[in-house]
Design a protein around this ligand. Structure first.
Ligand code: GFB
Length: 317
């Protein structure tokens, strides 16, 4: 891809968007366009149309989305469905109307069926029922992927969909009401260590298995696809290995140095039993994730301490 391409990163303040900006800046892309939520509301069709009409964008990276962990998804299905559908339809259609040649749409591994054969290949999409705790979000992300494919076939665009596994890294959400499991456990373990709490409560049975990808690896995969001029299709992005939530909680406790007991609260939902991605499509093209999970969690914990502990100190003092 041309280093002078004008690239709009939608959602640049989020975990994925900010990683994309870091990756592209580090590799010499100089014409990045960003807009904050207050400058451009992506759920507003009129605002989105006029932005694309004026901005002369060559490439869109559509990382803006309403996202959250199992509880946020399960309790706010209307919000997840509406906001994600609105953002996708507004941005993808306006990009097409403004003759944007290339677009990367970011979905999630939760688009695949609840009881999917493992590891999950891209072809398993819509082969059986979805996981109920996140079916609203999944339906919206499936619609975005289908839009990209439909616009490519009907209008000749080059819109690609990436389906990352569970992500973690800098700029994650640590609010316990909305966070995913990894940031939730980092925060819980840190707070339990400070409070010298004898136990730490982990939601669910601890048996579900999840795969975790550092967001910098997702950003690297995105640049890889753009630089290899991949213009269509769906690509799983993961590491190809998973672990149980119990193993994850033990790993986080070790890294944070929390030495109390882990207690499992089986009244909280487990969600899908396993969602391990088959990453052979990207691997056969020459891309593999490179950030080891323990190293990635250790770095993320440092980032958590730098940002959140500083805020805590400021509010206490
Ligand atoms: O990351 P998570 O919220 O979402 O939860 P999903 C993964 C597993 O970790 C579930 C357990 O079995 C949770 O019950 N868990 C244990 C916890 N302790 C905690 C905790 O303190 N907080 C949280 N959040 N979980 C989401 C989807 O599914 O994954 C989204 O709902 C999206 O749509 C995202 O796809 C990647 O992996 O179950």
């Amino acid at each position: 891809m041309d280093k002078h391409a004008r690239i709009y990163v939608a959602g640049h303040r989020g975990m994925v968007g900010s990683a994309l900006v870091r990756e592209l800046n580090a590799h010499g892309y100089r014409d990045l366009v960003t807009r904050t939520h207050s400058e451009l509301d992506l759920t507003d069709q009129h605002e989105v149309n006029s932005f694309f009409h004026d901005a002369r964008i060559d490439v869109v990276l559509l990382a803006a989305a309403r996202v959250g962990g199992i509880m946020a998804n399960a309790t706010q299905p209307a919000r997840f469905l509406y906001e994600n559908l609105a953002i996708e339809t507004n941005v993808i259609h306006a990009a097409y109307r403004a003759s944007v040649a290339r677009l990367v749409f970011f979905g999630s591994s939760c688009i695949y069926p609840k009881l999917c054969p493992q590891p999950i290949r891209e072809e398993y999409l819509l082969s059986s029922a979805l996981e109920p705790t996140n079916d609203a979000y999944a339906i919206a992300k499936i619609a975005g992927l289908k839009m990209c494919n439909a616009y490519n076939s009907e209008y000749g665009t080059h819109y690609v969909s990436l389906m990352p596994t569970n992500l973690y890294g800098p700029n994650d959400n640590y609010d316990p009401r909305g966070s995913h499991v990894l940031p939730a456990l980092i925060r819980k373990a840190h707070e339990a260590k400070i409070a010298r709490a004898p136990t730490l409560t982990v939601w669910g049975t601890g048996a579900p298995r999840r795969e975790f990808l550092h967001v910098d690896d997702l950003a690297a995969a995105t640049r890889f696809l753009l630089e290899h001029d991949v213009g269509e299709g769906v690509y799983n992005v993961g590491v190809g290995e998973d672990l149980s939530i119990r193993e994850l909680a033990e790993c986080v406790a070790r890294i944070v140095d929390y030495r109390g007991e882990l207690v499992f609260d089986a009244t909280k939902p487990d969600g899908t039993p396993q969602k391990l991605l088959d990453v052979s499509r990207l691997a056969s093209m020459g891309w593999r994730a490179s950030i080891d999970l323990e190293d990635g969690i250790a770095k993320t914990y440092e980032d958590f301490c730098a940002h959140h502990c500083a805020l805590e100190a400021a509010s206490n003092g």
